[in-house]
Design a protein around this ligand. Structure first.
Ligand SMILES: NC(=O)C1=CN([C@@H]2O[C@H](COP(=O)(O)OP(=O)(O)OC[C@H]3O[C@@H](n4cnc5c(N)ncnc54)[C@H](OP(=O)(O)O)[C@@H]3O)[C@@H](O)[C@H]2O)C=CC1
Ligand SMILES: O=C(O)C(=O)Cc1ccc(O)cc1
Length: 446
């Protein structure tokens, strides 16, 4: 029987036992929030070979018991969260799922839900419930106020209430979706946004150029490009590979992003001012057309606030205090891509935006909702050939990432990702710190 109305103050013998399988970045984050809130029966495990080190790491933490493997966790827990690689979810649930305690509730933290759903349906016994979850932020972002997706898939209402009561410790904002809605939304927000930043990183690494040492990429919205690119490449490659390769909708969005990039670049090469302007204005009207009548405050009101988070020294135009002109190909292509896919990013912004998507949308909005800024980017794209070298690298990189995702090869994805990550590794620590402050300031102000 499920007793849904529990809190960390409930007497210990009436508290549910919480099970966490997979103690990587996300499993640890959940363990820490739940134990800090006062839940007293949290059973955790990672792979059996990590049992001793994990036990040593948690020996003084109240409420957390380290067990040898997922069988022990599954047999003893009332609410179990799998926080393992999406690529392995089938294998892991096949192994431990049959050991799930009768009447328990099972969730997964995977960023893409189609394989998780299939694994749960195939391997979990009929007498356990499925209420899944997904924290829409990375492990270094404070969970408070961030969206936390809850998916009541195969469960009575009391099971959902119990999950809500347990996860309240994170102080996140619940967003209720079905498995299908989840994958559609995350393809539209995360997968395509990551494609833009992965392409930036690979383009800069291919050009053997650190963007913070280059006048084009220091200050203002360039700071967002560099800091978020570094943030993504300092995270685990499998997180991005999984949510792009295993989500069928993501492939379409990423392909369109590469197509938009290529189409715009062709217009640039042809110096087709009329064509480029028409295409960009149409994209702007499709995506931001309704924005004028909205009462929502733009995410980014001024670029100046971003300068303090730069990794390099800001250079300005020889003729004054203006930043160097940039085509902003990555942003022109992003808005064009949203328009061509018929997406409404505003809807996602309100419902289920990750901090990175919110930031990227804010930058796109900042560029496109000012005619002067958009025209400056179009002019630079058409007539200022000094950033062509980087733009061509960007086109090649975005095509490469799109192909890699459509081939569905985790191995290829890992090699591409790690090769680029190695180029930037020396700045990850600093970028993580500065990037977190940047996200905080912009999130708090919006
Ligand atoms: N990092 C992020 O920003 C976010 C990630 N997610 C999702 O959460 C999940 C976990 O991600 P994250 O924590 O970052 O990844 P990590 O790689 O840090 O953690 C996954 C952990 O699960 C372990 N594991 C694999 N197989 C088993 C098994 N059979 N039994 C027990 N443990 C096992 C892994 O071991 P090993 O490394 O040896 O394989 C690893 O320690 C992923 O599906 C990801 O998509 C969701 C939101 C944000
Ligand atoms: O915010 C982003 O897009 C990130 O890169 C962090 C992240 C990665 C995977 C998730 O499932 C959720 C958040």
């Amino acid at each position: 029987m499920i007793r849904p109305h529990v809190t960390p103050e409930t007497p210990i013998d009436e508290q549910p036992t919480i099970g966490l399988i997979g103690m990587g970045a996300m499993g640890k984050m959940y363990a820490e929030y739940l134990s800090a809130a006062g839940w007293k029966k949290i059973n955790v495990c990672d792979l059996p070979e990590r049992f001793d080190s994990l036990k040593a790491a948690y020996k003084d933490v109240t409420g957390i018991t380290v067990l040898r493997d997922g069988h022990h966790v599954s047999r003893t827990s009332d609410f179990i969260v799998y926080s393992v690689e999406a690529e392995f979810i089938d294998r892991v649930v096949a192994e431990y799922g049959p050991s799930t305690k009768v009447g328990a509730i099972v969730a997964g933290q995977t960023s893409v839900k189609a394989p998780e759903r299939a694994a749960f349906e195939q391997h979990l016994p009929e007498d356990v419930h499925i209420v899944s979850c997904h924290s829409l932020h990375g492990p270094t972002v404070p969970a408070k106020g961030q969206p936390l997706v809850l998916i009541k898939h195969r469960a009575p209402d009391e099971a959902l209430i119990l999950v809500e009561n347990i996860l309240r410790s994170l102080q996140s904002r619940y967003v209720y979706m079905s498995y299908e809605e989840h994958d559609e939304v995350t393809a539209n927000t995360q997968a395509v946004t990551h494609a833009a930043f992965l392409s930036m990183g690979t383009a800069w690494a291919s050009a053997a150029s650190y963007p913070w040492e280059h006048g084009y990429y220091v200050g203002g919205i360039e700071t967002v490009k560099v800091n978020i690119m570094l943030r993504i490449f300092s995270n685990k490659w499998h997180v991005y590979a999984g949510l792009a390769i295993l989500n069928p909708s993501a492939r379409t969005q990423i392909k369109q992003y590469a197509q938009s990039t290529t189409d715009i670049f062709k217009l640039m090469l042809a110096a087709d001012e009329k064509g480029l302007r028409k295409r960009m204005y149409e994209a702007r009207d499709a995506v931001f057309g309704d924005a004028k009548s909205s009462i929502r405050r733009p995410i980014l009101l001024s670029e100046n606030v971003l300068d303090q988070f730069g990794l390099g020294k800001k250079e300005t135009h020889a003729s004054g205090n203006r930043p160097l002109a940039n085509s902003h190909l990555s942003l022109l292509a992003m808005v064009d891509c949203w328009a061509r896919l018929g997406l409404n990013p505003f809807k996602h912004l309100e419902l289920a935006a990750t901090p990175i998507f919110r930031m990227w949308f804010g930058v796109a909005e900042y560029l496109f909702r000012s005619e002067a800024r958009l025209d400056a980017a179009i002019q630079a794209a058409l007539y200022d050939v000094s950033h062509r070298y980087d733009d061509v690298e960007f086109v090649v990189a975005s095509r490469g990432w799109s192909q890699c995702v459509s081939f569905g090869s985790f191995e290829l994805y890992q090699s591409r990702f790690q090769e680029t990550a190695a180029f930037f590794e020396s700045r990850f620590e600093e970028a993580g710190r500065v990037g977190s402050e940047m996200l905080k300031v912009i999130m708090d102000s919006s």
